[in-house]
Design a protein around this ligand. Sequence first.
Ligand SMILES: Cc1cc2nc3c(=O)[nH]c(=O)nc-3n(C[C@H](O)[C@H](O)[C@H](O)COP(=O)(O)OP(=O)(O)OC[C@H]3O[C@@H](n4cnc5c(N)ncnc54)[C@H](O)[C@@H]3O)c2cc1C
Length: 633
Amino acid sequence: MSGSGSGRDRELGEHRSIPRRDFLQGALVASGMVLGGPLLRAYAADAAAQDQAGYYPPALTGMRGSHPGSFEAAHALRDGAGVPRDLIDTGESYDLLVVGAGISGLSAAQFYRARTSPQARILLLDNHDDFGGHAKRNEFQLGGRLQLLNGGTMMIESPRPYSPVAAGLIQELGIDVEALAQKAAHPQFYAQAGLREGVFFDRETFGTDKLVAGKRSDPAVVAAYPVPPRVREDILRFETGAVDFMPGVPAADKKLRLSKLSYRDFLRDIVKVDPATLTFYQVLTHALWGVGIDAVTALDCWGVDLPGFKGMSLAPGSIARMGFTPAGFADTGGSKTFHFPDGNASIARLLVRSLLPDAVGGHTAEDIVTARVAYDRLDRAGSKIRLRLNSTVVQAANVGAGTQVTYLRSGRACTVRARHCVLACYNMMIPYLCPELPAAQKEALHSLVKTPLVYTSVALRNWEAFQKLGVSRVYAPGGYHTSFSLNWKVDIGSYHSPASPSEPVLLHMLRTPCRPGLTESEQHKAGRAELLVTPFATFERNIRDQLARALGGGGFDPARDIEAITVNRWAHGYAPEYNPLFDPDVPESQREWVRGRVPFGRIAIANSDAGGGAYTDVAIDQADRAVNELLHA
Ligand SMILES: Cc1cc2nc3c(=O)[nH]c(=O)nc-3n(C[C@H](O)[C@H](O)[C@H](O)COP(=O)(O)OP(=O)(O)OC[C@H]3O[C@@H](n4cnc5c(N)ncnc54)[C@H](O)[C@@H]3O)c2cc1C
C-alpha cells in the first residue's frame, strides 16, 4: 500500500492510541524480548496467568489468533531444540489427557466422559491463552455495549449435513440450528437498509482508487468499473451469460475436463478473457481455499456456485476428482447454517460449560452469547475436569500401561500421566511430539499443510460511510485484505447488534497470504512465512490505508473512526482438503490424513486435520472416532 511519512501517518490516525496496539507486535515477542506491563499480564504465560484477576482473553485486541507467546515453543521443537531435561513431575494422573482445546479436543473430553463415567478425570492442555482453537471470540465494549465477532471459525455450516454424532452433540448443547436461524439472524438487514455488495478497485492494480456499489452481474454497475471496455464485456459475459464454453464436448466429459483445469486456465484458455479480467477474479477463491484461482479447479468453483457455468449443462452431483467442500455442496447443498455473534466460539463455550459448569454461567444456547467465563475456574485442583491454557505439549508417549505427556508452561517443562491420550492438536506437529511413530505415518502427518488466514476485526465509531456509499460488503481484488464486510446482524438472548448507522459496529476483514504459481501447499507455506514476519504495525497501516481509500468518499476518516483493531492471525488455519490439481487420485483410505491418524498405543489422533475437511462437524466426528478407538482397543 502506498503513502508513507509522518503526514500520511497522521492522516491515517497512526498517532492515535488504540487499546494495546503498541505492545502486541508479533515480531517483537517472537524475537524473544521480554515484555512487561499490566496490559501484557495475560501474555506473561505465568503458570497461574489464567487464575489472575482480570484474565479475560476474548477482550484482548492487537495480534490475536496464533498470538505472541503461543507458538514459539512449538517452533523451537521443530527446529531441534529437544525436550528439556529438567522435568517437573506434577504428580497428576488422569483418565484422559487431551492435547488441544479446540472444538475437537473439547468434544473428545465430552464423548469420553459420556462413554466412560461422569467421574472421569480429564485434563485438556492448549498452547493458546484462550480455549476454542480456531473457534475464538473477539469481544469489544463499544459505546457501552457488548459487540462480538468471530476471530476464526465463523459459523455452523458444512458441505454435507452433520453426521448423527455431530448433530447429536449440537442438539445436546441446546443448539436448535433452524430455530435460532429463524429467530436470531437477519440476513436481509443491510439489503433492507439499501446497502449492497461492492468492489474496491485500488490504484496500484487498476490505475485508480474507486469503490463501485452493486452486483457484478448488473450492467449499470459494471459500466462504472474503472477497467477497459473489453474487461467489462468479459465480466458481464462471464457473470450473466449462459454460454456453453465447451461446445461439442460430451456432457459427461465436461466435468472431468473442468476438474483438470484451474479456474484461471478455464477463464484464460476456454472463456478467453483479457489478462486484466484474470486480475479482477484472481482472489475470488481466497475465502474458501486461501489461494487464488490459479490453484483451484474450475469444477470445484462450479461446485460452490462461482460464475461461468450457467450455460454448460453440467449434471448435478460430484465426481471423484472434486475437493471435499465443492463435492459436498454439489451432492447435498450443505448443512444447516447459523452464525452465533462470536461464531462457533459459542459452541466451544457451550462445551466448556458442559464440562465445567462452575466456570461458565447460564443454561441455554442463547445466554451463552453474553455469559462471562470465569477463567480462574477452568483449572482448579480437585476438579475432575481441568482446562489448562498457555501450555504447549512437546512430548506424548506410551509409558507402562498408560501415557505420559510433557508440556511447557512459563518456561518450565512439566509431566503428567493419563490412561488415555487424544492428540486433538495440529496433526503436522504430531511427529515432533511422538518421534517414535513409524516413519510412514510421520511422513503422512508432516504433509498436512494447513491454510494460513487472517480474520481482522476492526471496531468502528459508526457505519455512516457505508450507508452513504450504499455498501455493506466489499470485494477488493488488489487489496491487502481482499474483502471486508459489516458484522452480521444477529439478535440473540439479551445480545443485540447495532441497528442504526450512527452506532458503533464491527468490521470483518479477510486476508489469506499466498504466492500464486506454486502448488496449493507451497503457497500456504509461503503465506505462513510472510505472517511470521509481519508485525501488527504493518497490518494496522494497511487497514487504515485501505479503509481510508475505499470509504473516503463516504466521509470515513480512519484517524477518527477506528476504535480498535484485532488481527486474528491463523498461520495454521483450515485443515488440508483434497485438491485435484495437485494431489494424487488415490482412494480416501490412502489419503495422508487417514494414514496419519492411526492410533498409537493408548494415544489416538483427532482434530479436523484427521478428517481432511476444515469444518466443525469434521472436528467433532474425528473426536468421536479417536475416543472410540481408545475405548474399544
Ligand atoms: C479463520 C477460520 C475460519 C473458519 N470458519 C469456519 C466456519 O465458518 N465453519 C466451520 O465449520 N469451520 C470453520 N473453520 C474450520 C475450523 O478449523 C473448524 O471448524 C474447527 O474449529 C477446528 O477445530 P479443531 O479442534 O479440529 O482444531 P483447532 O481449532 O485448530 O484446535 C486445535 C487446538 O490445538 C492447539 N494445539 C496445537 N498444537 C498444540 C500443542 N503442541 N500443545 C497444546 N495445544 C496445541 C491449537 O493451538 C488449537 O488451539 C475455520 C477455520 C479458520 C482458521
